[in-house]
Write a new protein. Structure first.
Ligand code: 6MZ
Length: 353
C-alpha cells in the first residue's frame, strides 16, 4: 500500500472497535523479543529459539500453514501464567495506543504440566491483566475463551464449562466463546453440542467459518445455530465457491462478519486486497467489522487496516467513521457499554475531522 500520511493520521485518530484479535497472534515484535530474551537467559543453548527469532522478524507474506507454524513457535514462549499476564498487558497497551476504545480479545486456554499452568490459571492471568489495565488505560476490554478445532469434544466442553464458571466472577469481562485453529484440521459440526451448551449459558459465539474453501455443508449446519458473529467467512459468497443458501442465512439473521484483510492476504486465502469479500458484504449493507486477527504475526495495526480499506475501495473518511461507529452495534458487551461507547465516539468526532 502506498504511503498516505493524511489518511493514516485520520485512521490513527479514529476511535476504533477491535472484535477479532487472538492473544498470541497479537504479540508485538518488541514483546516477543522480551520473551525470547527471557527464555535464552534460562536456556542459553536455545538454538531453536534463535532460529525462531529470525522467522518472527520476517513479517512477510506466508501461507496459512506457515501462519499456523508461527503459533507453534510463539506458544512455547508463553507457557506460564506470568508470561500470559505480561503479554496480555502489552497487547492491551498496543491496542489502546492505536486508539482502540473497545477490544474483545480471544485466546485458547492451555494446560502446560511442565510449568504448572492450567487452563484455569491461564484464563485467570488474562482476566487479572484486563482488570489491572483498567486503571491506567482508556480502553474497555472483554474476553472470549477459544476452542481449537483440534480439541476433543471433551476438551471443548471443558472450555465452555470454564467460560461459564469465570463469566459469573469476571464482572462481565468474559462474554463468549470463540472457535478457531487451523481451518483444515477439524470439522465444526462435531462441536455443535458444545456450541449449544455455550448458548444455553448465555455465552455468545464467535465462530471461524468458511475461512478455507469447500466447507459449504459444514458451514451451513453450524450457521443454523445463529452464532453472534462469524470470523472471516471468506468462502460464503457463490462467486467465491460458497452458495446462496449460506448468504441467505447470513443476511436473514444479520450475522455480523469479522473481516481481517491483511490476514487473508498474507495467509493467501484471498489473492489481492481489491478481491476481498469486504466489498460485496459492505455494498449490501451487511453488518461487518474491520479487524486485525493477529497483528503481531501479520505485522499490522487496526489503523493500518482502516487505511488499507480506504485506499483499496476508495472510501471517504466519513464512510470509515461510519464503519467504526457501526461496529459498536456488533460488540458482545451489554447495551449500557454500547451507549457509553457511542458517547465516546460523539466526543471524539471533533478531534478526528
Ligand atoms: C484460525 C486462528 C487464526 O489462542 O493462543 N488463530 N485460527 N484462523 C486464523 N487465521 C490466521 N489466527 C489465530 O492465539 C493463537 C491461536 O489463535 C488461533 C489459532 O488457534 C492459534 O493457535 P491464542 O491466544
Amino acid at each position: 500500500m502506498s504511503l498516505n500520511t493524511k489518511l493514516d493520521e485520520f485512521c490513527r485518530k479514529l476511535p476504533k472497535v477491535e472484535l477479532h484479535a487472538h492473544l498470541n497472534g497479537s504479540i508485538s515484535e518488541a514483546t516477543l523479543s522480551k520473551l525470547i530474551e527471557r527464555k535464552l537467559k534460562d536456556f542459553p543453548d536455545g538454538v531453536e529459539l534463535a532460529v525462531a527469532q529470525r522467522t518472527i522478524n520476517k513479517g512477510q507474506r506466508r501461507t496459512l500453514d506457515e501462519c499456523f507454524a508461527m503459533f507453534r513457535i510463539i506458544h512455547p514462549l508463553t507457557d506460564t501464567a506470568e508470561t500470559i499476564y505480561m503479554v496480555t498487558c502489552d497487547v492491551i497497551r498496543d491496542f489502546a495506543e492505536d486508539n482502540v476504545k473497545y477490544l474483545e480479545l480471544r485466546s485458547t486456554p492451555r494446560h502446560v504440566p511442565a510449568t504448572g499452568m492450567t487452563k484455569e490459571t491461564y484464563v485467570r492471568a488474562i482476566l487479572k491483566a484486563i482488570e489491572d489495565c483498567k486503571e491506567s488505560m482508556d480502553i474497555i476490554v472483554k474476553f472470549m475463551l477459544a476452542i481449537d478445532m483440534r480439541n476433543t469434544l471433551e476438551g471443548a466442553d471443558e472450555t465452555v464449562e470454564l467460560a461459564n464458571k469465570l463469566k459469573d466472577c469476571s464482572n462481565g469481562v468474559v462474554v463468549g466463546v470463540d472457535f478457531s485453529g487451523d481451518p483444515k484440521a477439524g470439522d465444526a459440526r462435531s462441536f455443535i453440542p458444545v456450541f449449544q451448551k455455550a448458548q444455553s449459558y448465555g455465552l455468545k459465539l464467535a465462530l471461524h467459518l468458511a475461512e478455507v474453501p469447500e466447507r459449504n455443508e459444514e458451514t451451513l449446519e453450524v450457521l443454523k445455530l445463529i452464532p453472534g458473529r462469524v470470523g472471516h467467512g471468506t468462502f460464503l459468497l457463490p462467486e467465491d465457491g460458497g452458495n446462496q443458501e449460506l448468504v441467505d442465512v447470513m443476511v436473514q439473521n444479520k450475522i455480523p462478519l469479522e473481516l481481517c484483510l491483511t490476514s487473508n492476504i498474507k495467509g493467501q486465502t484471498v489473492a489481492a486486497y481489491d478481491n476481498h469479500h469486504f466489498k460485496k458484504w459492505y455494498d449490501i449493507g451487511h453488518p461487518i467489522s474491520v479487524c486485525t486477527d493477529d497483528k503481531g504475526v501479520f505485522s499490522t495495526t487496526l489503523s493500518e487496516e482502516y487505511s488499507i480499506l480506504a485506499q483499496t475501495f476508495e472510501l471517504s473518511q466519513e464512510k470509515l467513521w461510519d464503519i467504526s461507529y457501526k461496529s459498536i452495534d456488533l460488540i458482545f458487551a451489554d447495551e449500557k457499554t454500547k451507549a457509553y461507547l457511542r458517547g465516546v465516539w460523539e466526543k471524539e468526532r471533533e478531534n478526528v475531522f
